[in-house]
Write a protein that binds this ligand. Structure first.
Ligand SMILES: NC(=O)c1ccc[n+]([C@@H]2O[C@H](COP(=O)([O-])OP(=O)(O)OC[C@H]3O[C@@H](n4cnc5c(N)ncnc54)[C@H](OP(=O)(O)O)[C@@H]3O)[C@@H](O)[C@H]2O)c1
Length: 268
């Protein structure tokens, strides 16, 4: 029998990409799942493909504290408790710092960092009671700054530091706190990435076909939850980037610059 049978799993941003793959895998393993997001059309599709399964879907923008509170209150009203929280909802960006509006930077921080903080705060009493798991879906960008993604990197560094501190606070409580850092994963994230004025870019500048699939990424995350891991760094390129940045940071600056710029222009 699956370890996750009848466990209550909350996954933010479960209507697309990695979050959607997590929702579908946890449902298959017999968990009771709750998810949130902003776009009703995407929810409708998720609902239609999972009729008669224990799936609670709520419209919520995680950058809004009240939306997060209402979402978690609804989970408790429906399922009575929470075992696992996966802070997955996130947005990326693609604009040089010199060009980007300050509001765009704040928007990225509000979703990626504060969204995770709000949901964790409201779930914590239940997860502590159940000796459950808190996961932050961070990024390689939480270890290595990437050009054109200043606020995205800041938000993911913030998630890593905040969760490391929280993990240490909760060390003897039986709660496992983990941050996972996917490498490039095929999903909607580059289409939805914010441009300088905070609107979706609407295209991907990279070859999604060569990336890890969202399903493979979700499988790694689920295995890491099962093993109560501390961190998870994914893909060969991702691991190499973290290694290079730790031991050869100046060289990593040059390699990263060359990867993202062509003739002095940001092209990825
Ligand atoms: N794909 C990658 O290459 C990659 C690499 C490293 C880390 N990650 C991280 O993985 C996580 C999932 O990303 P993904 O690649 O699966 O992206 P995705 O395909 O764009 O999915 C993002 C999900 O988050 C939801 N979301 C976005 N903003 C939200 C908000 N304000 N409130 C509630 N839900 C929100 C989206 O739904 P709505 O738009 O409807 O709200 C969607 O369901 C993110 O934290 C991302 O930073 C991804």
């Amino acid at each position: 029998m699956s370890l996750f049978k009848d466990k209550v799993v909350v996954i933010t941003g479960g209507s697309d990409g990695i979050g959607k793959a997590l929702v579908e895998m946890f449902l298959k393993m017999g968990a009771k799942v709750a998810t949130c997001g902003r776009n009703y059309d995407k929810f409708y599709q998720l609902q239609q493909t999972n009729v008669s399964k224990p799936l609670l879907i709520q419209a919520a923008d995680v950058s809004k504290e009240l939306d997060c509170k209402n979402f978690i209150d609804k989970v408790i009203a429906n399922y009575g408790t929470i075992d696992i929280l996966i802070n997955n909802a996130g947005v990326s960006m693609r604009a040089l710092f010199a060009d980007v509006e300050l509001d765009t930077l704040k928007k990225v921080m509000d979703i990626n960092f504060w969204g995770a903080v709000y949901c964790t705060k409201f779930c914590l009493p239940y997860i502590t009671q159940n000796k459950g798991t808190i996961v932050g879906v961070s990024s390689i960008a939480g270890y290595r700054g990437l050009p054109g993604r200043t606020a995205y990197c800041a938000s993911k560094f913030a998630v890593n530091g905040w969760l490391e501190a929280l993990r240490t606070e909760l060390l003897n409580t039986g709660v496992n706190v983990m941050w996972v850092c996917p490498g490039f994963t095929s999903s909607n994230i580059r289409n939805a990435a914010l441009n300088s004025n905070g609107t979706s870019q609407g295209e991907t500048t990279m070859d999604e076909g060569k990336m890890m699939t969202s399903e493979a990424c979700a499988t790694h995350i689920i295995n890491a939850i099962e093993k109560k891991k501390r961190t998870l760094v994914l893909t060969f390129t991702g691991k190499r980037t973290v290694f290079m940045n730790k031991f050869f940071p100046a060289l990593a600056d040059k390699l990263t610059h060359n990867y993202f710029f062509k003739n002095g222009v940001l092209f990825k």
